[in-house]
Design a protein around this ligand. Structure first.
Ligand code: ARG
Ligand code: ZN
Length: 854
């Protein structure tokens, strides 16, 4: 069945209060629910309570047990005809957490019992109107064996607890804030707590707890710091204060995605909580900080103001991603954070937007909502908020978010509500801007700068086009905010950054006072999520790569310089590589620059990004060209790489931005040094691997070695495995590094690793480490034999029976067949068809695979 946005209808029945009673047990948990329900408006429709895999043991209305003829099951939904305006409805069900391999609803993970309800997992716990516009006050009582489950946590504040005969105990929690059921959570288990406190801006004390297995306590410090920094940041930047007396976070090993913002009880994939220098890279540390912040920020953007229906998902996700990006930028470097975020957007969202699964930020329809937790909803959604913030300016944007939070507090809102608050608070008209929520596809902007020396006038002609996407053949012109600057090549300066609003298909802008032709810096700061094509020469790009004062534009100029060389090479043209090498040398030796920025800038664009620049992706040609350029850069600047590598070796580990930047630069220097083919390359990499006192350097050395055959490669992989075989999160890196390597045998290696005793389909992190990484390895995944497609399709088929949500995430790489040559495309389609032919296929995978073939 297809669910459509325009079919939205308010709920027939409201549930102002719910009391839940759990008798917890890994194989048989009893759930007793008492719902106070109220008819919403005048209608004579029965009460419908969604259930997924539930059988009612008992149904009561106003204290009376109903006979089997007084209710019905329609699919999984419990249907109860009712006469009055309000009733008390009770149900009892039994669920089996330890056989819940989908990890939705109540499930077992490493001896713990925990929940995941977003988007539609609550219906796997109890019968309920499982939709985000039904908000209820929750009281939760839990009872369990005290030795197995000494800690009992739920949303809100703890109110009472006690011991029971037979080694059992109980606890009651209440959450005073009405919330949709997707924010419900409970956790039971043997957990240790990193306890801390935070005093809010109005002086209230909040008890903070990060709950993990005892042995993991030493790895929770960074998450706790991130939590306190986030709480202070949301007060300072958005005026948002925390609202309960406790805030708990629990880390679990088996989790379908990053983390979940359940009210007062966030549940996390342990990879976004646990970090220490021995096992976490700097990227992992940043991931912890960013995800802790993201989930915390949801308390306002998501929980206090929630979504009316799932078509509005980007209302909370886009805004919250924008908020966590801004936070991380404030905690570290704005320039580097922007570069990283754009790289992610291009790698994940642009690909989605140009393929069969393209959808608007506010989708029109879906089969399975889990498939819509996408880069478009999250990352493009964040770009929409960023564009509005740019157009309004910070102060008016902040006034508008205040207005938004005040006028929708306690409500289930829509994207339209948000845009309207921006209009009212910001005093601008966003009618055309709304198209960003409606139209899928990445806009292309062609920018042609011309110059008339006679009049000293420069003219910038901008043309935009939004490509057709499934269900949207014709597009209207969008409102695109373009930050530009025109550089005078003689002075190396510009006369100010301007914000141009491109609102028509074709529009030109004039600039006076240029005796000689200026150089165009465009989409500065990546002001709009578009693809820009310009008529700039390699010389212009080299100039910008050395002089642009906008760090993103400077990075972009360098990347474009590299892209042009590589695409030229692939097309058999001779493009001057020396300009690239010179630009890299100048950047790498500029003492004014932040080493982290240098490291980002001198890195070659990924193979996938190069593929995106070609009409038909040729994975082998891309790999060969990129590899060759890498080697040339390595050789031509070999002494520099040796210098940087030696000069960035730290005496003691630190997480300061300077230390992190030095490690990033050190790793890229090592990479070029090894790429140069220098005789001692593998030894230097192995020495770094061996001597490193942190995972950032150790893993980078391992990854560099993993690209080619050498004794050092085998030795490093062995040592790594034996050292971390009992640490799941770190062992994931061992799988991931091999699956992501540019090794000629990667396909076979992945096939072998699938049979490794430490590989399991039951743990989503492990699956992503092997198959997620492999599917992102363009050269290997698209091996001309088609073996890569077979491996991934096999994995999807096997995993679908265990965890369809995670299986569905592996489908999109196969769906990109239109971008490849006919031979590959046919094999990719065949793989998708084989998946679709599987009997009993989940709705999740069916939707992704069938849309991919359309
Ligand atoms: N809301 C969670 C987060 O911040 C993610 C929930 C994902 N749910 C899903 N079914 N994929 O970001
Ligand atoms: Zn989120």
């Amino acid at each position: 069945a297809i669910i459509r946005r325009l079919d939205y209808r308010p709920p027939d029945w409201l549930v102002p209060d719910i009391a839940l009673d759990f008798d917890l047990d890994a194989s048989a948990t009893q759930v007793h629910a008492v719902l106070s329900i109220v008819r919403n408006g005048t209608h004579d429709r029965p009460l419908r309570l969604e259930g997924d895999g539930l059988l009612p043991v008992e149904v009561k209305v106003d204290g009376r047990t109903l006979g089997p003829e007084e209710w019905a099951l329609d699919g999984g939904t419990l249907v109860v005809p009712l006469n009055g305006q309000s009733h008390q409805v009770e149900t009892r069900v039994e669920v089996a957490p330890d056989s819940n391999s989908k990890l939705m609803g109540l499930y077992a993970s490493g001896g713990l019992l925990c929940t995941q309800c977003e988007a539609e997992g609550f219906r796997r716990i109890t019968f309920f109107p499982d939709r985000p516009d039904v908000l209820s006050r929750y009281t939760v009582r839990m009872e369990a064996d005290k030795s197995r489950y000494p800690v009992l946590l739920a949303n809100g504040d703890p109110v009472e607890k006690g011991d029971l005969p037979g080694g059992r105990h109980w606890a009651r929690w209440t959450d005073p804030f009405p919330k949709p059921c997707y924010l419900f959570a409970l956790v039971a288990g043997d957990l240790a707590c990193n306890a801390d406190r935070f005093v809010t801006m109005s002086g209230r004390e909040v008890a903070l707890g990060i709950w993990v297995r005892e042995a993991d306590l030493p790895r929770t410090a960074h998450a706790m710091k991130a939590l306190k920094d986030s709480m202070a940041w949301d007060e300072r930047v958005y005026g948002r204060e925390y609202d309960l007396d406790v805030f708990n976070i629990v880390a679990v090993a088996d989790f379908n995605f990053g983390a979940m913002e359940n009210k007062g009880l966030n549940i996390f994939n342990s990879r976004y909580i646990l970090a220490d220098p021995e096992t976490a890279t700097d990227l992992d540390y940043d991931g912890v900080e960013g995800v802790v912040a993201h989930e915390y920020f949801h308390n306002w953007s998501g929980n206090r103001v929630t979504c009316r229906d799932w078509f509005q998902l980007s209302l909370k996700e886009g805004f919250t991603v924008f908020r966590d990006q801004s936070f991380s930028a404030d905690m570290g470097s704005h320039a580097v954070k922007r570069i990283e975020d754009v790289r992610i957007l291009r790698a994940a969202q642009f690909q989605e937007d140009s393929g069969p699964l393209a959808h608007p930020v506010r989708p029109e329809s879906y089969m399975e909502i889990s498939n819509f937790y996408t880069a478009t909803i999250y990352n493009k959604g964040a770009e929409l908020i960023r564009m509005m913030a740019l157009m309004l300016g910070w102060e008016r944007f902040r006034a508008s978010t205040d207005l938004y939070f005040e006028s929708h507090d306690g409500q289930a809102a829509t994207c339209e509500d948000f845009v309207r608050a921006m209009e009212e608070g910001g005093g601008i008209d966003l009618s055309q801007f709304r198209l960003w929520y409606e139209q899928a596809g990445t806009p292309h902007v062609r920018a042609m700068l011309s110059h008339d020396p006679a009049t000293g006038t420069a003219e910038l002609l901008l043309e935009q086009a939004v490509p057709p996407t499934p269900g949207q053949p014709d597009k209207k012109p969008m409102a695109i905010p373009m930050r530009v600057a025109l550089f005078d090549p003689a002075s190396g300066r510009h006369q100010g950054d301007q914000l141009l609003m491109l609102t028509q298909a074709k529009q030109s802008f004039r600039f006076e006072g240029f005796s000689s032709a200026p150089i165009l810096s465009i989409n500065r700061g990546f002001s709009a999520p578009v693809i820009v094509e310009t008529n700039r020469s390699q010389a212009d790009l080299a100039f910008l790569s050395a002089h642009d004062d906008d760090p993103f534009a400077r990075y972009e100029a360098m990347q474009q310089l590299m892209v042009n060389v590589l695409i030229g090479r692939i097309g058999g043209q001779a493009v001057d590589e020396d300009a690239v090498i010179a630009a890299i040398r100048d950047t790498a030796t500029d003492p004014q620059l932040d080493p982290a920025f240098v490291a980002e800038t001198i890195r070659l664009p990924s193979e996938a990004y190069l593929g995106d620049q070609m009409p038909v992706v040729d994975p082998d040609a891309i790999h060969a060209a990129r590899d060759a350029l890498q080697q040339r850069i390595g050789e031509a600047l070999e002494p520099l790489w040796r210098d940087i590598h030696a000069g960035t070796k730290a005496n003691a580990f630190s997480l300061s931005p300077a230390a992190k930047g030095a490690r990033k630069l050190r790793n890229i220097a090592l990479h070029y040094l090894v790429a140069s083919g220098a005789q001692d390359g593998p030894q230097i990499a192995f020495a770094q691997f061996h001597e490193a006192d942190n995972m950032t350097e150790r893993q980078a050395a391992l990854a560099t070695l993993a690209n080619g055959a050498s004794d050092e490669r085998e030795a490093a992989l062995d040592i790594f495995y034996n050292r971390y075989r009992d640490d799941a999160l770190t062992l994931d890196k061992w799988f991931q590094t091999q699956a992501f390597a540019f090794h000629p045998n990667t396909v076979q290696l992945v096939a072998d690793l699938r049979e490794h005793k430490d590989f399991t389909l039951a743990n989503p992190n492990r699956v992503r480490s092997l198959f997620g990484a492999f599917a992102g390895n363009q050269w290997a995944f698209h091996h001309r034999s088609g073996e890569g497609y077979r491996l991934v399709a096999d994995c999807i088929i096997a995993l679908d029976k265990i965890n369809p949500q995670t299986a569905a995430r592996l489908v999109p790489p196969l769906g990109r067949w239109r971008r490849f040559d006919e031979a590959r495309a046919a094999m990719m389609r065949a793989a998708l068809q084989r998946v679709l032919a599987e009997p009993g296929l989940s709705r999740d995978v069916t939707e992704q695979a069938s849309k991919s073939l359309e």
